[in-house]
Write a protein that binds this ligand. Structure first.
Ligand SMILES: [Zn+2]
Length: 685
């Protein structure tokens, strides 16, 4: 690991808080030093109080924020003198500690200080950095951890046997420091590294130096253990996708028992090399690489050993039973160690390891599932490296419970914003790049849904997915090329949904084309093309999605974007109207056939939606000719012919779609909802 410290630090780094923020960001940049809220930093500086009297402030990272990209507002300022008086105490409960520290914070708007604040406060050194560095954990999580740390990192680091973060650990580190004030840091067994120094630069460089020493040692061990060779050869089985198609709907159904989750598949060579090595899988059964990981990954992954067998591979039912056993075992673990006030968390696994297939992770959306995967990839590295030196060890079951159900750790999760109406719902949208499609996609994303957006051109769907992810501030959209008339293409899109989100909960069948010609002049090829897209296209996509929904057994919702022309056809629109009528009838039969599976099927009939519409652009001139109008007046003509004298926008259609997908329409199926400003001749009957 290289130092990222600039040769000439900017002058703003002179200000103590800016310097701390900058240093924390440098540490946060290194994924192998800590992830998503793991690790914390601090500095102690003298600053005048409100009345101009000198006081020493400890700035420490707030609970739940990331070092990566952190800002000044993520740090808490505490009156150090008061906090340090706690060094005289022998015991302090977590509740007392939190209440005490809250009262030491001088800024009422500051976040709650880190659970490891006392560790920083007790050490007299000015700057302190605490990380969960992978390389340090590979040494500290072995049978001979202490001896290895001495041998590899030298005598300037203190060795602190495992203790749960809090008052006692802070006191232990403080006392060890007092016995050896020349120490430059400490290794916390099965937890991480602390370094300190008279200034931030020294503390930072010590972290980098010790981590680099451990990394160089581990690289040599790794070469000896030949892991790299194994990783190069690691590929998923040829029939991995076939197996996943079978398993993932069942996995998602079972792990979604409390609330729906996203299930994401990961198949990098490193992951495969890990899951294909029985020795490493056995090590993974021992527990987390650092207790902080458990907040996202739980204590243990679920390992399905028979997943990769050529004959007698695990069936979907056996997989469901394995998931149930995992949950039952987690509940037993909870009952065994629970303390008053503890509440059972979701008992299902967050990480599922499948030899020769890969790794599945779960989360309430793709961003969270990816977070779990990132943490577990680091855990894999730590376990693998520990096993190339020694036997990997982890915290005991009781110690793990202490952190997994620690209210101070669970507090970090409570900082997440409330979930939106369609959060945890995954949808497939066809014709997403058009005017109505885009409007629907945007509103679905705003309402919290995850979305596979499909259309004919790669450029369009990828740009749209990117824009939607930016809009959401999270990864919730995936752009996939799909032709609704091509079954292979539909299958590929469904596979992408399977790998990325673990399934589909709703379909918005929107793709359509329009042809304008009176029937006596309509060419057969145009008629057939309209039927292929506007009727058969809906049939093929719905068929694939309904099969999936039935296998997943979590209910579902299908919304078909039809047309006012179904109830009130217009002239010169025969090919379009006939195909749209077929689509509508298809939707109704789907509603009849799938009610027993709690799959609702509804239809939206818009009229005259011009905004951003490629469909209208292609036919506007001819449509204008039909009504004997100049093309520029067409939009006004459509507006004037409805009862509300209003223009129908993509966002209006999107609103109807969101309503029909949502639980607000839980009792509605087989319904036709008009979004046309009110057209008497098109009233549903
Ligand atoms: Zn820590």
């Amino acid at each position: 690991m290289r130092s990222r410290w600039p040769t000439r630090p900017p002058s703003t780094w002179q200000n103590s808080l800016d310097a701390l923020v900058a240093r924390s960001r440098l540490i946060g940049e290194e994924e192998s030093l800590g992830l998503f809220g793991g690790g914390n930093t601090s500095t102690k500086r003298e600053v005048p109080d409100l009345l101009g009297q000198p006081q020493v402030i400890l700035w420490v990272k707030g609970s739940g924020s990331n070092l990566k990209g952190c800002e000044a507002r993520h740090f808490s300022p505490l009156r150090l003198e008061v906090v340090r008086r706690l060094t005289g105490r022998t015991h302090m409960s977590d509740e007392e500690m939190v209440a005490f520290l809250e009262r030491c914070v001088v800024d009422p708007k500051a976040p709650r200080p880190s659970v490891e604040t006392l560790l920083h406060a007790f050490l007299p050194e000015r700057d302190v950095d605490h990380t969960h560095a992978d390389a340090i954990l590979s040494l500290a999580n072995t049978d001979r951890g202490e001896a290895l740390v001495r041998q590899v990192l030298g005598k300037h680091l203190l060795w602190i046997p495992y203790l749960q973060p809090g008052f006692a650990l802070s006191k232990r580190v403080f006392e060890a420091y007092r016995r050896q004030p020349s120490a430059q840091g400490a290794v916390l067994q099965k937890h991480g590294l602390i370094t300190w120094g008279p200034d931030g630069h020294t503390s930072y460089l010590r972290t980098i130096r010790y981590v680099s020493m451990a990394e160089r040692f581990l690289a040599r061990q790794r070469r000896r253990a030949r892991w790299t060779v194994r990783a190069q050869a690691a590929q998923p089985r040829a029939d991995a996708t076939e197996r996943l198609r079978h398993w993932v709907p069942v996995i998602r159904r079972v792990v979604s028992r409390q609330r729906k989750v996203c299930v994401t598949c990961w198949q990098t060579p490193e992951i495969l090399a890990f899951v294909n090595t029985p020795r490493l899988l056995n090590a993974a059964r021992l527990g987390p690489a650092t207790p902080d990981h458990m907040l996202r990954t739980k204590r243990l992954p679920l390992i399905i050993e028979r997943a990769g067998r050529s004959s007698g591979a695990v069936s979907a039912d056996a997989l469901a039973r394995a998931l149930e056993r995992y949950a039952a075992s987690h509940e037993r673990y909870f009952l065994k160690y629970r303390r008053p006030g503890d509440v059972l968390q979701d008992p299902f696994p967050r990480v599922i390891l499948l030899p020769e297939i890969g790794m599945l992770t779960t989360g309430h959306d793709l961003t969270q599932a990816a977070m779990v995967a990132t943490i577990y990839r680091h855990a894999m590295t730590i376990i693998r490296d520990a096993e190339s030196v020694e036997r990997y060890t982890s915290v005991s079951e009781r110690q793990a419970f202490g952190v997994e159900y620690w209210p101070l750790e669970l507090y970090k999760l409570s900082l997440a914003p409330p979930e939106a109406e369609l959060s945890r719902e995954v949808g497939l949208l066809t014709g997403a790049a058009g005017g109505i499609g885009r409007g629907i996609a945007e509103l679905l994303i705003d309402r919290g849904a995850s979305l596979v957006v499909t259309d004919l051109r790669r450029r369009d769907v990828e740009a749209l997915a990117e824009a939607l992810n930016r809009r959401a501030g999270r990864r919730r959209a995936l752009g996939v090329v799909m032709d609704v008339t091509d079954e292979r293409s539909i299958e590929r899109a469904c596979d992408a949904a399977l790998r990325t989100f673990g399934g589909i909960d709703f379909l918005v069948s929107n793709a359509g084309i329009a042809t304008v010609a009176s029937i006596d002049r309509l060419r057969r090829i145009e008629w057939e093309r309209s039927l292929a897209v506007n009727a058969t296209g809906h049939f093929l996509v719905a068929k694939a999605v309904v099969r999936w929904l039935r296998a997943q057994r979590l209910g579902g919702s299908l919304v078909f974007i039809s047309s006012k022309n179904v109830t009130a056809p217009g002239k010169d629109f025969g090919a379009y109207s006939a195909a749209k009528a077929a689509e509508t009838q298809l939707a109704r039969v789907l509603a009849i056939e799938n009610g027993e599976f709690n799959i609702r099927v509804n239809i939206v009939n818009p009229d005259g939606v011009f905004e951003g519409s490629g469909l209208w652009k292609s036919i506007a001139t001819e449509r204008a000719r039909t009504y004997r109008l100049p093309p520029s007046e067409l939009a006004t003509f459509y507006q004037q012919r409805n009862l509300l004298k209003t223009r129908v926008m993509p966002s209006d259609v999107a609103e109807a779609v969101c309503f029909l997908i949502s639980r607000r329409a839980a009792k509605t199926t087989g319904c036709l909802l008009t979004v046309d400003g009110g057209l008497r001749e098109a009233f549903p009957r």
